[in-house]
Design a protein around this ligand. Sequence first.
Ligand code: ADP
Ligand code: MG
Length: 230
Amino acid sequence: MESPVIDARALYKCYTLGNVQIPILRGIDLTVKKREIVALMGPSGSGKSTLLGILGGLDLPTSGRILIDGIDITRLPESKLAEIRGKKIGFVFQAYNLVPTLTAIENVMLPAYFVKGQKKNPEELLEIVGLSHRKNNKPTEMSGGEQQRVAIARALINNPKILFGDEPTGNLDSKTELKILNLFLKLRDDYGSTIFLVTHSDEVAKIADRIIYIRDGRVEREKNVEKLKN
Ligand code: ADP
Ligand code: MG
């Protein structure tokens, strides 16, 4: 059997407030296969964003390990981790995290400067997300939904092996959301990318192969989504 792209074992995460340890993730095990689309769902405060940040190598667990393509990213020096993030991982943040001094197209191109390999064309990406006419605008000149679409285009510039998205369509109308979901499907079909999305949206859950429900920092249940074959 092909080894998983994401293999997380016994993840715990605590935050320290004063001298109190507050557990956020309480023992999460999960594996994700290549080309799989996973939707992570759960109530607000259940640990979804925390888990996503840890799986994507942006934050460290208090204990546990995460193999990305067989490499344990919890035991890497920051420089090596940054290289893996750049090469393999695309991230759409809940708060977009665009660089305020850069235009839309400059934001989209930014991750390409740090990584070798096959890139997407930034103009085309902006066109696909419907923002060609905004390419020279800065984030403060754009609506939330437009900034979110820039953030999506930026996450795709390096053809990531794994795309993480934290409610990546949360600010989009349903027509734009469908367009973005089709873009994610195409990324999976063309590049064999694996996609892991935090979402509250039924539309997003529909494109998923599997839904993982978390509650209070634990996996509550998982559901495989039956796909209609045609
Ligand atoms: P979700 O994305 O499911 O809404 P989060 O992962 O953002 O949940 O947060 C889970 C819990 O962890 C919340 O109670 C939140 O307040 C807490 N939390 C998140 N980040 C921090 C932090 N840096 N310091 C302290 N507590 C945090
Ligand atoms: Mg969140």
